[in-house]
Design a protein. Sequence first.
Length: 52
Amino acid sequence: MAKVFTGKVVIPGDQMEKYFEAVAEAEAARDHRANVSKLSNPLPLNLIALSI
């Protein structure tokens, strides 16, 4: 099960550039995973659920 963390995070001003780079990398990885799953799973999710 996914864990959700809430609260505030303080990022020092001199580390903001590293933060933005990390966010960009995470978004690129998430987009890549989404594209790969679309290619490897051509059926709509509702059809897959019905076939199980």
